[in-house]
Ligand binder design. Structure first.
Ligand code: SF4
Length: 289
């Protein structure tokens, strides 16, 4: 059973008014939705439908939730919130499939975005939608609207710049959101066709293109800003890079925003394997104590 119209057609809040004709299947789960003051929230898909007008509509939603499948018309933008970023939202694509720069990057063999929770349908689906939707004419407008309350924004928690047209649209979004500090990590920096546009984005005062080094412990200096994966914390001083302290902060950024800061030339991320070992050691020592 599906709803073939946009729910809350008369509402403007948080609803996209038929900006495109595509529609997708979403699953609503009773335990992830709330009814309060006429608000329905499906946290699993960051899908919100506010100010439900009528009891009839609410009844329909409840019926559909029991049947577990509902069809919504949604906007063209799916932002993610990862626990690491502590509230900073991101826009992502599927890893590897959209990472042309990964071909010569040994560091991508240990990519965190190819395993674990990144294989869940709830994580895959918005990335698949994003890959389709960025090509829409309305996408830049939608991104600008989606960022209206953000101060920091990370591009590509997974995936990368894989098309020139996408890079041009990212430039447009950054230009039109001067109140947002954009962090754009990329392995595509050494692909010639992307370089002029990446440098244009990087020239904006509110955007940092952070070129990701291809190999562990081998920083690069071809871009103003970069990052490198470190085999251990001690490598940071040896390589003269700013260490990312999330490895001893339960994997979270906390209040750090160094990656969005042009003055932090190269950030070193301690490799995840070591992080995990460290956490396990701490856990074991806690248990022993
Ligand atoms: S350097 Fe700071 S902002 Fe960047 S990932 Fe690490 S904790 Fe987060």
């Amino acid at each position: 059973m599906v709803i073939n119209r946009t729910i809350g057609d008369n509402d403007n809040d948080n609803l996209r008014q038929n900006t495109y004709n595509d529609s997708c299947n979403y699953r609503l789960f009773a335990d992830s939705a709330m009814f309060s003051n006429g608000t329905v929230r499906c946290s699993r898909y960051q899908l919100r439908v506010n100010k439900m007008k009528t009891e009839t509509t609410n009844r329909k939603i409840l019926d559909l939730m029991e049947k577990r499948t509902v069809k919504f018309r949604d906007g063209a933008v799916h932002l993610s919130k990862t626990s690491k970023l502590d509230g900073v939202k991101s826009w992502s694509l599927l890893a590897k499939k959209t990472c042309p720069g990964s071909k010569n990057a040994s560091v991508c063999n240990g990519c965190y975005a190819l395993g674990g929770f990144y294989n869940m349908p709830t994580v895959i689906q918005p990335r698949v939608e994003n890959q389709k939707n960025w090509k829409l004419a309305s996408w830049v407008d939608e991104m600008v609207a989606a960022l209206k309350n953000e101060r920091f924004f990370r591009w590509f928690d997974s995936g990368d710049i894989y098309k020139l047209e996408l890079a041009e649209k990212i430039l447009a979004v950054c230009e039109r959101t001067p109140w947002v500090n954009h962090w754009i990590p990329t392995q595509s920096w050494d692909i010639e066709k992307f370089q002029p546009i990446l440098r244009k984005i990087d020239a904006l005062p509110n955007a940092v293109v952070r070129a990701s080094a291809k190999h562990v412990d081998r920083p690069i200096d071809s871009f103003q800003n970069s990052s490198v994966v470190l085999s251990g914390p001690d490598k940071a001083s040896e390589l003269n890079v700013t260490i990312c302290h999330s490895f001893n902060n339960a994997g979270k950024c906390g209040s750090c925003r160094a990656c969005y800061d042009k003055t932090a030339k190269t950030i070193g991320y301690v490799q995840h394997g070591k992080t995990m070992a460290k956490h396990v050691n701490i856990l074991l020592s806690t248990i022993k104590a």
